[in-house]
Ligand binder design. Structure first.
Ligand SMILES: C[S@@+](CC[C@H](N)C(=O)[O-])C[C@H]1O[C@@H](n2cnc3c(N)ncnc32)[C@H](O)[C@@H]1O
Length: 357
């Protein structure tokens, strides 16, 4: 049966359907948030077998679950491939059963690698409400986040401990899975390092802790703002240091910087890179930058995530941006790094090694 109603030959109608699809994109994010809030992936995982709707409903902590609403949410999520809907077992009571798959595994809460804290952060009202100020931000020039909440994200974190915690948890969860990919694709890079590695803007220290655990010949410093370091746990062979990267960066043989420069303007990045230059030995030092390298015009799943990231930076940081290789090259030159190498890994971010000489 042709369910497209013949629109494939009609450019205007295709355009209409496409805009409608974008318009309802917010339901993708909110349905995933709803799934995390209700703990649906955890409930199915606890059964350890395909699970009926009434079993999922029983697992939800409420005396008055709207089972019809839950069924419609599950229909949507199955359509989006977040769960699998299985043929009903022959000896069953005819109820549909649902199971986890490679998508919903990322929504489990008690696993080593999960995206649940990231889902909760990016769909939180603190992060959603600025998006209604995007056009004002384009007209007037400040970040939509600052227009909405009165402060930049990092200053806002200082005065709002709930937001600070949510932000740090979201960063820590992405760090866990990104570091797994980095560790397995950059083994020789870590093996070739000596002495101390400082993670600039290292958050709660997850990345540097993973590095020194796997490569015990290295010592680590986790360097971040005082409000982040005061909440950072202690990790073996990692020293937590509070400070401001615009003032000075602790001396080390190697600097690791993941998801830092994309938050800042070109001028700010040059200042940070110049401080990195001062902190490492001229002849043997290097900076490892983990960031998105944009590939304009390339359409695939990873690029479909990279492109909106740039708009995300604009909404939340205004002067922040995701950069192309050409933009990185220029920035590195101006910051005092005259040689670089990009290592592409199966992730939205790449590894940029930068050397002073
Ligand atoms: C986007 S987060 C990235 C955190 C971590 N590197 C990761 O990949 O999960 C940016 C980090 O930069 C830190 N930061 C912001 N301004 C800073 C400054 N002036 N000096 C040091 N760290 C700073 C923030 O506190 C935050 O932890």
């Amino acid at each position: 049966m042709n369910t497209q109603g013949g629109i494939e030959d009609n450019a205007a109608l295709l355009g209409n359907a496409q805009i409608a699809r974008y318009l309802f994109g917010s339901f993708d994010a909110m349905a995933i948030r709803c799934c995390v809030e209700l703990g649906i992936a955890d409930i199915i995982s606890n059964y350890n077998r395909p699970t009926t709707l009434s079993e999922i409903a029983t697992g939800i902590n409420s005396p008055s679950v709207n089972v019809d609403g839950l069924g419609r949410l599950m229909r949507f999520l199955v359509h989006r491939k977040v769960f699998d809907e299985l043929p009903q077992p022959e000896d069953g009571d005819g109820e549909t059963v649902y199971s986890l798959n490679h998508y919903s595994n990322w929504l489990l809460s008690h696993t080593n690698v999960t995206m649940a804290p990231m889902v909760m952060f990016f769909t939180d009202p603190f992060m959603i409400s600025p998006l209604r100020n995007l056009s004002r931000s384009i007209k007037e020039g400040d970040s939509a986040f600052k227009m909405t909440h009165g402060d930049d994200i990092f200053d806002f974190s200082l005065i709002n401990s709930e937001f600070n915690k949510m932000f740090n948890n979201a960063m820590a969860c992405t760090t866990k899975f990104t570091m797994d990919v980095i560790m397995s694709n950059y083994k020789n890079g870590f093996l070739g390092m000596k002495g101390t590695v400082v993670d600039v803007g290292g958050g709660t220290g997850g990345a540097i802790s993973a590095i020194v655990k796997t490569y015990p010949h290295l010592k680590g410093i986790n360097f971040d703002l005082p409000q982040v370091i005061s909440n950072a746990p202690t990790h073996d062979d990692v020293t937590n240091v509070a400070g401001d990267m615009f003032q000075a960066i602790p001396p080390a043989e190697t600097i690791f910087m993941k998801w830092i420069l994309h938050n800042w303007s070109n001028d700010d990045c040059v200042k940070i890179l110049q401080n990195c230059r001062k902190a490492i030995p001229m002849d043997t030092g290097k900076v490892i930058i983990v960031e998105i390298v944009q590939h304009p015009g390339q359409h695939d799943l990873l690029n479909d995530v990279r492109v909106p990231f740039d708009l995300t930076m604009f909404a939340y940081f205004s002067r922040g941006r995701e950069r192309t290789e050409g933009e990185w090259k220029k920035l590195l030159e101006e910051g005092g790094f005259h040689r670089y190498k990009i290592i592409y890994i199966p992730e939205i971010v790449s590894i940029i090694e930068a050397f002073p000489i």
